[in-house]
Write a protein that binds this ligand. Sequence first.
Ligand code: PLP
Length: 422
Amino acid sequence: MQLGIDRPLTALEQEELASEAYDSYDAYLNRWPKSVRQWGPTNAVEWSGEGVWLRDIHGRAFLDCLGGYGVFALGHRHPRVIAAVKAQLDRLPLHSQKLVNPYAAEAGRRLAGIVPGNLRKSFWCNSGTEAVEGALKLARLYTKRPNFVSTVNSFHGKSFGSLSVTGRALFRDPVAPLLPVRFVPYGDPAALDKALDAETAAFIIEPIQGEGGVHVPPEGYLRKVRDLCTRKGVLMIADEIQTGLGRTGRMFGVDHEGVVPDILCVAKALSGGVVPCGAFVSTDEIWTAYHPMPLFHTSTFGHNPLAATAAAAAIEVIVSERLHERAARLGDRLMTGLREQWRRFPKALSDVRGRGLLIGLEFVTEEAGVRAAEGLFARDVLVAHTLNNPRVVRIEPPLIITEEQVDLLLTKLSSTLESLDR
Ligand SMILES: Cc1ncc(COP(=O)(O)O)c(C=O)c1O
């Protein structure tokens, strides 16, 4: 396949390229499990994106309500991020790692400007799982305690450390042993109280469990978590990789309860939807753990100028366009419409929940969820189930989605549910 094609393809080229992509995927990459490939082979090859729209190789446009599992908060190819990244690409895409890197410095300054409380110092990496790895290491370094506590059904990533704190046996067991971690039910402060002891370095928590099936904790839970961690000298790590940067209608998920964690992890939307990027942020005090040896935690591509530029531009867009407020407003409209559909189709849907533009539709069976996702796909809407809970279909569109596009989604969902009902 020729790379960097920047002209329209002929019909023949589209066919050839699509079938070549299928063959090479099967030959050289992981086997892809149950997916849109079963729903229409030649339509499932992605080609371009703009705003809320993702186009396949034949030019079919999908309303992207999966949003890259949270990556496309700004939609596809946001013009301000693209312009900044293009300029950076032409000047210095990667860094020397010796001289002072002004792009990472600026990204760090902007991130410190939006995270809660006295969180300030950050380390920049390329993915969510790396952000969690760094946070876990920092917690051990600072507390000098070995163990961690996490929640049942959580998702924090799939490298060894982050997988250790991920609450799903399916992914953990085949590669055990992992780090010493205890799991407590999500939303249960009494269980947490029992689990935290003098050997616990940190408790890691998603302000809303995303991949677990979009579970919003009971009101006051995050504040109780904060108090328990403080009382027991345990660090609170907020994994905001999916909930952060405006997704839930506030800048961060912890902001709904005015809680300041000790370490906060971000990724996904931090990329601006353009260059993979992640970071963990902590306080000056906790950061002193690196003082004896700043090289305790490094990564060749960490702090790279291209990603830092994308992140700095993304933060600027979120703040200046007030996308968190937009997520709250459009999320309310979407939630109202979805609840109405739940009332109309109780045989298909068993719950609708979420916050802002992170919404889960729980179906009565996994089969019903798969058929709904398939029906939406047939109607040019892209969604997917949550990783740890296949009965839940996530609705996670770009935060730039308009009222009309929210209504379009509702119309298409309604016709999908009607056809399931028959
Ligand atoms: C809450 C949370 N933490 C961590 C991760 C892992 O991020 P990544 O896939 O970039 O490694 C994810 C990914 O879905 C996530 O939702």
